[in-house]
Structures are given as C-alpha cells and as structure tokens.
Design a protein around this ligand. Structure first.
Ligand code: NAI
Ligand code: 15L
Length: 264
C-alpha cells in the first residue's frame, strides 16, 4: 500500500500496531483524538475527533487501507459512545465511500455476543447478544460495514476481538485472548487477500479453550499460532478461577454483563 491509516493510534493496541504494521505501506497515517508521539520516518500524525465529519473526510483522503481501532473501547455513558462509535463509524464509512473505498479492518468486539454463555459454541452467523451500550455500538459498526458492502461493494474485515493484550490476565481470557503477533498476521492476511468481501472474523489466538468457530474465515489463509494455555499455570498461581456461577465464568462477555447503564 502507499498509505495505511491507523485510527486509535494512541490506544493500547494502536501503539503496538504503529510499529508492527509499519512494513505494510510506504506511509502510515496515525490518528487519534488523544495526542500521539511525533511522526517518525514514513509516518504522518493527524489528531482528530472521529465525530468531526469534515476532519474524517480529510483523514481518509489518499489512504488505500484503514485499520480502524479508534473509538470508545469499554462501557461508557451513551453520549461518549455516540460520538466515537456511532457518528465516528458513519463518518469513516462516508469518507471511505468518497475516497475510493479503501479496504477496512473494523475493530469490533466480543461484547457483541457478551450475553452468550461460555458453554455455547458460536458461528459468526449466530445472533448477537450485546452486553452493554458499548457492545450495541459495535453491533452498529458491524451493520454499517455490512450495509456499505451490500450497497456499494466496500470491503471490510469485521474482527470481533476477544482480548488483545500482551497476555491473558484472568481465567476468562484463556478463551478470549489474541496475541499481538496473531493480530498482526491476521491484518497482513486481510490486506493480502485477492478478494475479501465482508467477513466476520473472531479475533482469537489458537487457544485450547474456544467458544468461537473461525472456520468460515479460513479462506483468508490466516492461521493464529499463539495459545493462551501457555499462561494457565501463571494465572492459577495468581489465584483460583472465579466460581462457576460468577458472571466471569458464565458469560462470554464476563464482567461487562454486569455493567450498569452509565450516566454522565
Ligand atoms: P483503547 O481505548 O486503548 O484505544 C482506543 C483509542 O481510540 C484511544 O486512544 C482513544 O483516544 C481513541 N478514541 C476514542 N474516542 C475517539 C474519538 N471520538 N475520535 C478519535 N479517537 C477516539 O482501546 P484498545 O484496547 O487499543 O482497542 C482498540 C480497538 O479495538 C477499540 O475499537 C476497541 O473497542 C477494540 N477492541 C479491543 C479489545 C482489546 O482487547 N484490546 C477487545 C475488543 C475490541
Ligand atoms: C473489549 O472489547 C475491550 O475493548 C477490552 O478492553 C477488553 O475488555 C476486551 O473487550 C475483553 O473482553 O477482554
């Protein structure tokens, strides 16, 4: 690619992808509402709010790929979610439509299915069961991706990320963890694919514990390599798993299912 846009570049995953995806384009354009480190070689840094339609229109101009990580990433009051995850996604897709429909990786979340139980084995086509306003906003993003694909042919990989951190930090994450290495290789596969369409991909490593079936996305050639089992002994040593009737053990979304509807 000539120019790859990464939104959410000041965030936990974005900071990692800033360096790990640098090889994928001649120039990487980094954006966030929060301040970022100054541009290095082959980088552009653009601070903007995803809710600012004109700014997002300019942001996407000249990009031939987008990794969309920006937005509210946990349960928050609706006003915040509305800006980052509803208006922001609309602005991004409208900007993409105006600027040649660059392929998009959309960071969705396991919280679109958070109220499914951990003893269910889900396909991407199973009904959503969001566990909060945040999960609902990611359902909106997925629906936008689907609609822009059906109506205009815009290609998006909808990645329902489980837990993308250096390592799993609790027993639930044995089922949800995705390593940074596996996310990088997934993004490489998404941009390498001759035809992408608009698949839903479960963003998980090659974990022994799994609630999600990724076989429908095998055509991308992505094969995750890491396994959360590597960390089980470490987690056990830190403390026992939560009781079997604890939401963290019952629901795929874990503790998110217990979040209240937050007010300002
Ligand atoms: P994060 O919260 O660390 O990063 C998100 C970034 O988006 C932040 O730097 C924030 O400043 C920016 N942002 C928020 N509102 C914005 C707005 N209105 N305009 C522009 N930028 C805005 O989240 P993280 O962990 O890096 O996740 C990245 C993406 O992946 C998020 O979309 C999140 O929902 C999704 N995701 C992450 C998971 C994980 O395990 N890290 C799991 C599931 C989904
Ligand atoms: C998410 O969607 C969040 O963005 C992330 O911070 C984690 O909480 C993750 O889900 C998870 O479920 O572990």
């Amino acid at each position: 690619m000539k120019r790859l846009l990464i939104t959410g570049a000041a965030g936990g995953v974005g900071k990692v992808m800033r360096t790990r995806l640098a090889h994928m384009a001649e120039t990487v354009r980094l954006s966030d509402i929060a301040p970022m480190d100054p541009a290095g070689p082959n980088e552009e840094v653009v601070q903007c709010d995803l809710a600012d339609a004109a700014a997002v229109m300019d942001l996407v101009d000249g990009c031939d790929g987008i990794v969309h990580l920006g937005g509210v990433s946990v349960e928050r009051p609706f006003a915040q979610i509305l800006k980052g995850n509803i208006e922001g996604v609309y602005n991004l897709y409208e900007a993409a439509r105006a600027h040649g429909m660059p392929r998009i990786v959309f960071a969705s979340s396991n919280h679109v299915v958070g109220f499914h139980r951990q003893d269910s084995h889900l396909q991407a086509t199973d009904p959503v069961m969001p566990d909060g306003l945040y999960g609902v906003s990611k359902c909106f993003g997925e629906a936008m991706a689907s609609m822009y694909h059906s109506k205009f042919g815009q290609e998006t990989a909808i990645v329902r990320i489980g837990s993308c951190f250096p390592k799993p930090v609790n027993h639930r994450m044995l089922g949800t963890w995705m390593s940074y290495d596996d996310f990088v290789s997934m993004i490489e596969a998404i941009f390498r694919a001759p035809m992408l369409g608009c698949p839903i991909i479960w963003g998980i490593s090659n974990n022994d514990v799994t609630w999600w079936d990724n076989s429908a996305a095998r055509y991308l050639g992505w094969r995750p390599k890491d396994n959360s089992e590597t960390y089980r002994a470490e987690l056990d040593a830190a403390g026992p798993p939560p009781p079997v009737d604890d939401p963290a053990s019952v629901y795929q979304g874990g503790a998110f299912t217990q979040d209240p509807i937050l007010k300002e």
